[in-house]
Design a protein around this ligand. Structure first.
Ligand SMILES: [Zn+2]
Ligand SMILES: [Zn+2]
Length: 363
């Protein structure tokens, strides 16, 4: 099947729109017509080389669409189903999967085609890779069936797409990783798509105070829509002092959602005794943090977080039920829609901080 795709060929160069050839589904694969795909910071990091990718590669990892065809062994979705795809594809057999942590699957390669098999995607004989094993910036995607979950057809697919990454990561960080408790105080460093999703998760969990920290006033204003009760612009005040004062002694939970070591240190220092700092942001591999070890006597903790500790095949339908009830706001997350050809403009808008999410729409 020939489809149009946005391909990342060189670091920091614009994506190229090209026609690629998708193979037929193998017995465990699903062919999905892409309807919508959110544009996430990780796509931009891949373009800049901060996250490893293997050019030529189709970026995009927050897609939703309709199933066009399924392989013989696929049982979880059928032709015509509406689906969300998520990069937390899992083998179902490894020790992490069996212990209930499929997001930490150590054998996801079992869900990919082998080196000697026909590649999923080619262009004139050249293999084209899928970023995050998805490649959502294309008119169709060929995926392992454990990378998709079927959803109800009344949910608009541009909203549903956001659940594939930003919402699963942010809401999951609050509900699954940190397990934010009712009545607690929460600080969130970074008020973009994932940061505001953390705030929504904290609101759903019943936090009494949700403090948003960012450097852009527009983003802080926006954060109030998603549950922020207090905001701090860290260009004008010391956020650690401000948070300790606002909370009367420190936050119970503090999330770093930007991916900057210094902010994780601030998240640790703003905690109350027994507080938990959670690293959600994509800190580049090899970066170090340094904190005063004496604080650990106060039972403070630092937790890692991978994609919101998700089990997306059950989390995604739950989140969409919360959306239907009006408890999770996906509508306000969508700032604008663009066609595939305007992907570079979407990246520019993201870098300027003017949008929560651009969603690419396909015909
Ligand atoms: Zn993402
Ligand atoms: Zn596994």
């Amino acid at each position: 099947m020939i489809v149009k795709a946005a391909i990342h060929r060189e670091t920091n160069k614009p994506l190229t729109i090209e026609n690629v050839d998708l193979a037929d589904p193998s017995p465990d694969e699903v062919l999905v017509k892409t309807i919508a795909c959110g544009v996430c910071h990780s796509d931009l990091h891949a373009l800049h080389g901060a996250i490893p990718s293997k050019p030529p590669t189709i970026l995009g990892h927050e897609p939703a669409g309709v199933v066009l065809a399924v392989g013989d062994r696929v049982r979880n979705v059928s032709v015509g189903d509406h689906v969300i795809a998520c990069t937390s594809m899992f083998c179902g057999n490894c020790t992490q999967c069996i212990q209930g942590r499929p997001h930490l699957c150590v054998d996801r390669g079992a869900c990919l085609r082998g080196e000697h098999e026909t590649p999923r995607i080619t262009l004139g004989g050249e293999t084209i890779h899928q970023f995050a094993d998805l490649g959502g910036f294309a008119e169709a995607m060929l995926l392992h069936h454990r990378a998709v979950v079927s959803i109800d057809k009344d949910i608009p697919l541009d909203r549903a797409a956001l659940v594939g990454c930003a919402v699963t990561t942010g809401v999951g960080a609050a509900l699954n990783t940190a397990q934010v408790t009712p009545g607690s105080t929460v600080a969130v460093f970074g008020a973009g798509g994932v940061g505001t999703s953390v705030m929504q998760g904290a609101r759903i969990a019943g936090a009494r105070q949700i403090i948003a920290i960012d450097v852009l006033d527009d983003k802080l204003k926006n954060a109030e829509i998603f549950g922020a009760t207090n905001v701090i612009n860290s260009t004008s005040v010391d956020p650690v002092k401000a948070i300790r004062k606002m909370t009367g002694g420190g936050a119970d939970f503090a999330f770093e959602v930007v991916g900057v070591p210094h902010l994780l240190e601030q998240a640790f220092y703003c905690l109350a005794p027994h507080g938990t700092a959670i690293l959600v942001g994509a800190i580049p591999i090899g970066e170090m943090i340094s904190v005063n070890a004496g604080h650990f006597f106060l039972e403070k903790r630092i937790l890692g977080c991978m994609m919101g500790s998700n089990r997306f095949t059950i989390d995604a339908p739950h989140y969409l039920e919360l959306y239907r009830q009006g408890r999770l706001d996906l509508d306000a997350m969508v700032s604008q829609h663009e066609p595939l050809e305007r992907i570079d403009e979407a990246f520019t808008a993201m870098e300027s901080g003017e949008v929560t999410r651009t969603v690419l729409m396909f015909d």
